[in-house]
Design a binder for this molecule. Structure first.
Ligand SMILES: NC(=O)C1=CN([C@@H]2O[C@H](COP(=O)(O)OP(=O)(O)OC[C@H]3O[C@@H](n4cnc5c(N)ncnc54)[C@H](OP(=O)(O)O)[C@@H]3O)[C@@H](O)[C@H]2O)C=CC1
Ligand SMILES: CC(C)(CO)C(=O)C(=O)O
Length: 329
């Protein structure tokens, strides 16, 4: 049996895709999600017009839901990883395989430290999922699933393949995770803009905010000897220059970036909207930590951390020029 641990946006979507093609999946999550799924079933839609309904979804709201699972997909937000690991340690058998499908670069490490008898594998989800309520989860951008290469995943590869979410296995997932983190530096900018991703990224001033945050991170990564993996057509090192292009040139050269679903927003926007703590410490905060480890500072990413901290208690929306001024002060 496969268990999804932390069944929210990513967990319900990925687990739902597996369940829809006949793989036994148990979802472990919160009563509010359980209630929505019990009332409406699970419905999975995507940017290409797919519309899947999954009936009879086993949804548990206590850790024993993962009891006996051979494979666990961890999809809680980063701040909840340590707690999830403690709970899983109490119910999983030795040798169970645990995959972190979370953003950030240190969740697998946190899981591994508390699950020494299990096989913990780092993964990455490149696409966006929006929880639209009433059991509907919408994939808004393209992509499959990335994981660290590990023989323990072999028995499950076929299930992911059948679900239409094949696992791309990497010899070293860390450069892939850092590249995803570079993209996630946009999460606070998107959340502060209060706009869908497409609208936000259509505006040069917001893109310039992301460019300065990425340029800062790229310099630090180079100093630390970490070479981010190429995830899209353009190498990560060239992203800031592309983001700074005037709107008409950006549309012409990077139009694919704007081909995202008009509904898509970042998970950080969803957190602010639901008044939940965000993952800012594990995204832009990770850049600040990297800088400190090199005896340097990361003022732009540090400022984004501060602005999100403020927004967690006192929310307001920022125009692009206003945010850019704030980041360049
Ligand atoms: N949404 C997206 O588009 C994308 C998200 N990601 C990453 O995937 C990860 C998951 O994100 P997302 O799915 O959006 O997050 P969600 O908040 O939608 O889902 C996580 C769910 O897990 C629940 N949860 C937390 N702790 C536990 C626990 N101990 N036991 C059971 N349930 C628990 C949460 O409840 P509660 O809120 O009450 O804590 C929440 O319902 C994050 O790292 C995110 O950055 C990656 C790519 C895209
Ligand atoms: C896919 C992406 C970059 C944007 O939705 C994301 O990872 C998130 O929202 O956290």
């Amino acid at each position: 049996m496969i268990a999804v641990y932390g069944a929210g946006g990513i967990g319900c979507y990925v687990g739902g895709r597996l369940a829809a093609t006949g793989t036994p999946v148990t979802f472990v999550g919160r009563p509010r999600t359980a209630a929505a799924v019990a009332a409406h079933g699970l419905r999975l839609t995507d940017y290409l017009g797919a519309d899947l309904r999954v009936a009879d979804v086993p949804f548990e709201t206590t850790p024993d839901g993962a009891d006996g699972a051979e494979l666990v997909l961890v999809t809680v937000k980063s701040a909840a990883t340590a707690q999830a690991a403690e709970e899983l340690a109490a119910v999983l058998s030795p040798g169970a395989v645990v995959v972190s499908f979370q953003n950030g670069v240190r969740n697998a490490e946190v899981l591994r430290s508390r699950l020494p008898e299990q096989v913990v594998v780092a993964g990455m989800v490149p696409f966006n999922v929006l929880n639209r309520g009433a059991g509907v989860f919408h994939q808004g951008t393209e992509g499959k699933l990335d994981v660290q290469r590990d023989p323990a995943l072999a028995p499950y590869a076929g299930s992911f393949e059948r679900a239409g979410l094949p696992l791309t296995q990497h010899d070293d997932i860390l450069p892939v995770q850092w590249s995803k983190l570079l993209l996630n530096l946009n999460n606070p900018i998107n959340a502060l803009s209060d706009l869908p991703l497409r609208e936000e990224l259509s505006q040069r001033a917001y893109r310039r905010c992301l460019a300065v945050a990425q340029a800062e991170a790229l310099e630090l990564l180079a100093a630390a000897g970490i070479r981010p993996a190429r995830l899209l057509a353009v190498p990560m090192e060239r992203f800031p220059a592309v983001l700074r292009l005037p709107d008409f040139l950006f549309r012409r050269l990077a139009g694919k970036v704007l081909a995202v679903d008009p509904l898509a927003r970042t998970s950080m926007w969803e957190d602010l909207e639901a008044a939940r703590p965000t993952e800012i410490d594990y995204l832009n905060g990770e850049v600040v930590r990297l800088a400190a480890s090199l005896g340097r500072t990361a003022p732009v990413n540090g400022k984004l951390v501060d602005l999100i901290r403020e927004a967690e208690t006192d929310r307001r929306s920022w125009s692009g020029p206003e945010l850019l001024r704030e980041l360049q002060r």
